[in-house]
Write a protein that binds this ligand. Structure first.
Ligand SMILES: Cc1ncc(COP(=O)(O)O)c(C=O)c1O
Length: 355
């Protein structure tokens, strides 16, 4: 087994998906082929929303490819990276047969997508040495070599535990994955990390797939825009199983604006502020009574263990500060996850904790 396409569900290998009207390469000026309204709504602020959008918005695709340092044919624009996760599981896992590997505690949507596809879940828990979490590389490699797993989801920097894999580790895992599984590296928080992206490895490793999103560093969570970066053949397969128009025209248009030169400069400066605030918060939280452990983080959040997490959660809520309760997650029975806010919001959170 050498080609990554050999790992695609056999029943989907020759599948081309829905032939939408917008996929047909017709030219003309009287458009009567898609049962659209010929008139624009009065609510339409100039986007021509009476017409179906491009299945893959070309200008946004090109700008995101530029942002992430890959050629456009290696990138699929998705409705958030949640859509990418779902498409990958559906394309590669036969229901009830091909497994999905995750390393909990981790982002919950990998397991949700596996559950929806009835793909068996194989869990390789993260190690916690008392100072930070780390991936059990040997155990992951063991499952890849001997398990019935098709898709491996790793997250770097990891949500909610904060650690990042080095490019060397990713390279090593990608080598192990070749011919056996698709290795999906979720880089939702890469902009906040000193490690950077593994996009430079994509040429060498067709079994490596990256997930990116505009929801975090680019402040577009409400627009639902993400991307899958992968071998062009994998992109073709994912497009064949996706909904015909998953990226709405207003979202694509706003995302393009969010990646203008000015907006990118603003995002860069906000990323720097977030990283500064994050590192200051680590120091501040470590000095507060009742804080049992603050994990180092490469993301825009901190994972914190408390002597009495319940009391802390209630105190914060009473002050109007909402953080994420992680106590239902494995190994995190006393932990809360705190997103890094504006300097004022962070001060309010610290104030509520120390009051
Ligand atoms: C690791 C990780 N991946 C993906 C997502 C989902 O991102 P999106 O908004 O692009 O669907 C999140 C959201 O919190 C996340 O933490």
């Amino acid at each position: 087994m050498t080609s990554v396409l050999d790992l695609v569900r056999p029943d989907l290998r020759a599948f081309t998906g829905y032939a939408s009207a917008r996929r047909e390469k017709a030219t003309g000026h009287v458009w009567l082929n898609a049962n659209e309204s010929p008139w624009r709504s009065s609510a339409d602020a100039g986007l021509g929303l009476n017409r179906y959008p491009e299945p893959q918005p070309a200008a946004l695709r090109a700008r995101m490819a530029d942002l992430y340092g890959v050629p456009a044919e290696r990138l699929m624009v998705t409705r958030g990276s949640d859509e990418g996760i779902d498409l990958l599981v559906r394309a590669f896992c036969r229901a009830g047969i091909d497994g999905v590997l995750i390393a909990p505690p981790c982002f919950g949507m990998y397991a949700v997508s596996a559950r929806v596809q009835n793909a068996p879940l194989v869990e390789v828990p993260l190690d916690d040495d008392g100072k930070h979490f780390s991936l059990d590389l040997t155990a992951v490699e063991d499952v890849i070599a001997h398990g019935d797993v098709r898709v491996v989801f790793l997250c770097s920097p990891a949500n909610p535990t904060g650690q990042a894999l080095s490019i060397k580790e990713i390279q090593h895992l990608a080598k192990t994955a070749t011919g056996k599984v698709v290795l999906v590296l979720d880089e939702a928080y890469a902009e906040f990390s000193s490690v950077g992206s593994a996009a430079g490895l994509l040429d060498e490793f067709p079994h490596l797939i990256l997930l990116r999103t505009l929801s975090k560093a680019y402040a577009m969570a409400g627009a639902r825009i993400g991307a899958v970066l992968a071998d062009p053949d994998v992109i073709g397969v994912l497009r064949s199983v996706s909904a015909p128009y998953s990226v709405a025209a207003p979202s694509a248009s706003l995302a393009l604006e969010a990646l203008s030169e000015t907006a990118q400069a603003e995002a860069k400066s906000r990323i720097a502020t977030t990283v500064r605030e994050r590192d200051a918060l680590v120091r501040a939280l470590r000095g507060i009574g009742g804080v049992a452990r603050v994990y180092p983080s490469e993301g825009n959040f901190l994972l914190v263990r408390f002597a009495d997490a319940d009391a802390v959660l209630k105190r914060l809520l009473a002050a109007g500060v909402v953080v994420r309760d992680m106590r239902a997650m494995p190994q995190l029975g006393d932990a809360l996850r705190i997103s890094i806010g504006t300097p004022d919001e962070n001060a309010a959170m610290l104030g509520a904790l120390t009051r």
